[in-house]
Design a protein around this ligand. Structure first.
Ligand SMILES: NC(=O)c1ccc[n+]([C@@H]2O[C@H](COP(=O)([O-])OP(=O)(O)OC[C@H]3O[C@@H](n4cnc5c(N)ncnc54)[C@H](O)[C@@H]3O)[C@@H](O)[C@H]2O)c1
Length: 430
């Protein structure tokens, strides 16, 4: 019988992807495109139905790619976890959110691992991709998978490989983003590296699952902390009457030792606002306090309030108050050119303005409707936005007509420097 290594080499390995979201679907399509037989597993029947009908629900994944993989019989989706038994390699890509207490919520991982455990068989390779604290694969996943008597590194292979996909990034995708892989033992690392190496240009093996877990948290903590720094610099620059954007652009001309980060209305998405808390939670078990993470969280978390303060300042120049004004937010997805609303700071901006008595509305071509606390809104088409007292650019989608915005609205608060180079007394940059 062919070994897993041989099956990977000749692409007869059957790959199972658990969790068909922003991470799992692109990965499933990439494996299928490269000739692997892929089964996607999800608890969400609508996603399963969409895939089986050959349609993509993720902007970065082309419907043609899903359709041709499904038509070629290389990709299918199911809610039936019993099919995990037939998989040679299983990638777990389920959510890892935080609880209300800001502690890690591993319930999705535990549920997915339980499904794998029920079907596990000798020779399988199980890889966790969900972002999590160092130790999860060894302390949570391994003991669960070993409950039926099979041993990791002996009977089955186990690895962690952080996902680095960046939705909306046109320069880098699944194939071109180097993949870090850390196995429970050397064989596990080699097999996981061989599997990813057959679809991804560069694979970076590391010495353990814990190192691979920590790599991802370093990357995202690095971003959270630097965004916190630059947000604080934006607040400071405003007090000093300096244009922080001009400062960052000029600093970016230094060819070494500087990397630009940009201020904004706050952190959003499923990664940067959440992942550092996974690290600080784990560090606390070692009696270690992550002060940079706490401070960055504090600064970044206060940005929606600051945006509202700046809206108040802008309205003040027209002798108006937030209370009773019509305020329109452009862009509510957490970053440009995506539809992802998770943790989006625009939601907090809308909610804070609403609570202060503003009449709020929004435009986002990628988010037709939104519900947040007691707000239930529908996106207004861009060319139908009229009679507003103040426009707030929260997300700088490429499709917006910024020239028109600058000319059309009496006040524009621009939290993203989307109106770079456009001058006017009605324009207020962060
Ligand atoms: N979105 C990103 O840009 C990004 C980037 C890098 C890493 N990550 C990490 O990858 C992981 C997945 O993130 P995502 O953005 O793809 O999440 P997502 O919510 O888009 O997708 C997760 C999918 O898992 C499914 N699911 C949940 N529990 C399940 C179970 N028990 N069995 C089967 N399916 C289940 C959900 O229905 C959903 O379709 C998270 O740990 C996240 O932090 C995300």
């Amino acid at each position: 019988m062919a070994t897993l290594k041989e099956k990977i080499q000749n692409r007869t390995a059957r790959v199972g992807i658990i969790g068909l979201g922003y991470v799992g679907l692109p990965l499933a399509v990439e494996f299928a495109k490269n000739g692997f037989d892929v089964t996607g597993f999800d608890v969400d029947t609508s996603k399963v139905d969409e895939i089986n009908a050959g349609r993509s629900y993720i902007l970065d994944v082309k419907t043609e790619d899903v359709a041709s993989a499904v038509k070629a019989g290389k990709l299918r989706a199911t809610t039936d976890m019993s099919h995990l038994e037939h998989m040679d390699a299983i990638d777990i890509c389920v959510p890892t959110p935080l609880r209300k207490t800001k502690d890690p919520d591993l319930s999705y991982v535990v549920q997915a691992v339980d499904a794998v455990k029920a079907q596990i068989k000798p020779g399988q390779l199980v890889i966790l991709e969900s972002t999590t604290y160092p130790g999860t694969t060894d302390e949570v996943v391994r003991p669960a998978l070993e409950e039926k008597g099979l041993r990791a590194g002996v009977d089955f292979h186990l690895a962690f490989s952080p996902e680095r996909v960046d939705p909306g990034n046109e320069a880098f995708g699944t194939k071109t983003i180097p993949k870090v892989v850390g196995g429970f033992n050397r064989d596990s690392t080699e097999l996981a590296a061989a599997l990813y190496g057959s679809i991804i240009d560069t694979v970076v093996p590391v010495s353990s699952t814990q190192v691979a877990e920590m790599v991802k948290l370093l990357e995202n903590t690095f971003r959270a902390v630097n965004i916190g720094l630059v947000n604080e610099l934006a607040l400071m620059s405003h007090r000093m009457d300096l244009d922080v954007w001009e400062v960052i652009d000029a600093a970016s001309t230094k060819p070494f030792g500087f990397m630009p980060f940009y201020p904004g209305p706050g952190l959003g998405g499923h990664c940067i606002p959440i992942d550092p808390s996974y690290l600080s939670w784990k560090a606390r078990q070692y009696g270690f306090e992550c002060r940079f993470i706490e401070l960055a969280g504090h600064v970044n978390g206060s940005m929606p309030e600051y945006v509202v303060e700046r809206v108040g300042e802008a309205l003040n120049t027209k002798k108006k108050a937030i209370n009773g004004s019509k305020i329109h937010v452009f862009g509510v997805a957490y970053k440009k050119d995506v539809s992802d609303m998770r943790e989006s700071p625009a939601l907090d901006v809308l909610e804070l303005l609403h609570r202060r008595g503003a009449s709020v509305s929004y435009t986002d071509p990628y988010v037709p409707k939104l519900q947040h606390v007691d707000l239930n809104l529908c996106s207004v088409p861009e060319d139908k936005v009229d009679g507003v007292d103040c426009a707030v650019i929260c997300t700088n989608h490429k499709v917006f007509n910024y020239d028109r915005m600058a000319k059309r609205y009496p006040l524009v608060v621009d939290t993203r420097n989307a109106l770079k180079g456009v001058a006017g007394e009605n324009i207020f940059r962060l």
